[in-house]
Ligand binder design. Structure first.
Ligand code: TZP
Ligand code: MG
Length: 213
């Protein structure tokens, strides 16, 4: 699988700070993002379902992939484009077994052996982080762009860098070999999320151009 876009925006209710997720999604789409994840660790599933359904519909209209964080059951019920699991969620191998074959499986990893296992368990993309310190994930493990550099040669599935990524440091992780970057606060908590998404895409494009030189 190849990721259709290098910018992966994670819609996180906490980071959105009370802003409506549908409005946030519209802004992110306007900014050019075509890969979105819903991450909501607190809303009861019964309440989250209709919200997720509405966001998914909007993504479909816009030609944007819609991935569900943590919950394989929700992803299956929605027939979402995919699900993203971490090291504390349903094991990736089990998620892969439950998902439809065409659904995307993303897995969060924090070292080489986790990245290898994720790939072997059927991940379509492997997320690595945290690239930089972040206030969004308590207890984050700081691995830096160096982990991207180390796993790049042996992990052939797309690598998504995550954690503390901003427009100012995104070029560094792209040059380290990341295919895409996943961001929460730098877009969801931005005063102008559409402009933030646009600036990310421009900066990533420029970094890719200079990496190829
Ligand atoms: N996994 C590793 S770091 C992180 C997650 C979910 C948080 C990313 O959020 P931000 O605000 O982009 O640093
Ligand atoms: Mg998780």
């Amino acid at each position: 699988m190849t990721l259709p876009t290098p910018l992966y925006v994670i819609l996180d209710r906490g980071a959105a700070g009370g802003r409506d997720l549908a409005a946030l999604l519209d802004a992110v789409l306007e900014g050019g993002c075509r890969l979105v994840q819903l991450r909501d660790k607190t809303t009861p599933l019964n309440d989250l379902y209709p919200v997720a359904r509405a966001l998914q519909r909007r993504c479909r209209e816009a030609g944007c992939l819609f991935i569900v964080n943590d919950r394989v059951d929700l992803a299956l019920a929605l027939e979402a484009d995919g699900v993203h699991v971490g090291q504390d969620d349903l094991p990736a191998r089990e998620a892969r077994r439950l998902l439809r074959p065409d659904m995307i499986l993303g897995v969060s990893t924090h070292d080489e052996s986790q990245a290898r296992r994720a790939r072997n368990d059927g991940a379509d993309y492997v997320a690595v982080g945290s690239m930089f310190p972040t206030g969004t994930k308590p207890g984050f493990r700081l691995v830096g762009p160096d982990l991207v550099r180390r796993v790049r040669p042996e992990i052939r599935v797309p690598l998504v860098a995550i954690g503390g990524i901003t427009v100012d440091n995104v070029a560094e992780v792209i040059r380290a070999g990341a295919d895409a970057v996943a961001v929460i606060s730098a877009v969801c908590a931005a005063a102008d999320p559409a402009a933030a998404a646009r600036r990310f895409l421009e900066t990533i494009r420029a970094a890719r151009g200079s990496a190829a030189l």
